[in-house]
Design a protein around this ligand. Sequence first.
Ligand code: BG6
Length: 493
Amino acid sequence: MDAVPSQSTPATVVIFGASGDLTQRKLLPALHTLDCLGYLPEATQVVGMARSPLSQDEFRDRLLEGVRDYSRSDPAVCGRWSVFKHRVSYLAGSYDDPETYRRLAARLSEIDRTAPTQGNRLYYLATPPALASTIIEQLGRAGLNESPGGWVRLVAEKPFGSDVETAHRLNQQLHRVFDERQIYRMDHYLGKETVQNILAVRFANYMFEPLWHREHIDHVQLTVAEQDGIGRRGSYYDHAGVLRDVFQNHLLQLVALAAMEPPQGPDAGSLREQKAQVLRAVQPGSRCVRGQYAGYRQERGVASDSHTATYAALELHIDNERWRGVPFYLRSGKKLAAKTSELSVQFGDSRQQRARGPSSDGPTPNVLSLCLQPDEGIHLRFQAKEPGAGMKTRPVDMGFHYRDHFGGGALPDAYERLLLDVLQGDPSLFPCAEEIELAWAVIDQVLDRWESPTASAPIVYDPGSWGPREADVMLEEDDRRWHSACVHHERAT
Ligand code: BG6
């Protein structure tokens, strides 16, 4: 975001699923911060919709709790909540009842008469996935997919389908009612500053991109580790599992950003096309590890004989000129030893190094680690001479931390950035229909193996560990190991 706020155009933000967690923990806190920072025009209005009967005050109080607990701007310091809350209203109704949409249309017209929103509308689907179809269809029937004189945009939260077929059907259904240019598919990882920084590191520096190629890269690895379990989301998670929950979206988007060719231009279309090209070339390798944390089957909403994976480690290949022969290792899981998201690129060739033997003087692999969260920064491991006689070298770490250079609290929440982008009409950080389906096509291949009747059960791992030992073995077979530059550094500081 610019230091000088560039305001969005005024609009009415309609949130479907407004009594839920996402609205309370993410959407309203983000809108509140945008308002505090001056990004939202005064005319911006919010209409929360949900099935629960709530009074306007009950709804606003609930939101204020979320703003207090989760907003980057403390409402007591910002001091705008008492004004902002009057721009927030609530509408209860059932999503399949046309009457709900007639009342919404009436509310929107009334808002347009009293506040200069220019007829602009942003619909945010923060509802469980099963409701998306109904809402999209009803919006279309009520004629709410267009607005005379203004723009209409729709944000669809993940999960976007549960396999390639359901995602394709959802895309088709959306396209019957909305134009692709109106649709913003949310992947909050793309809103993280450090994820966008993958592109800055690659394309705004001279030194990395010339080496960003199979001739110089041994392998790439990606870890998205979480310490938390599934919390209260058992009934969703037990149907989804780790591949649908984070691999199809967050991890494959990170792979696409790390592996794509330079976009032809600065527009959203060029970026999306390059990401799609990578996804078209991705092939899952034959090896993968599937884990489930001990105690998962006792979680609320989980089947007592569940085979759902809460951990996965996969090997992927990208069949193109730049990456042929370079493995991409991906792992993610719940209840692991640390929360960390890390993309590491290992330069050199570890197999040649091993072949030369441990005492060889040849170059040792350098590792560039992009720490996406929580200790955002970049680390570069290289060899330096040990002080003293002779020429003995050892690996050292050169580190950059966002907090040291930009101050603590400089990083906006992903939802702030992405909501502002939707309001400003910039779809660059939102995957297009094709990317979503291509990513599902990759994940479906692994799911087919896992969900076949002959598949073995997931390996049980201890909460607080790094997941099944088999995931380490998978890399050791290739003379490699998982890196954790970001976790190590955080402990050391
Ligand atoms: C969500 C998943 O998309 O991403 C969650 O549904 C996961 O299961 C979360 O915990 C991780 O996001 P973050 O920003 O905490 O890394």
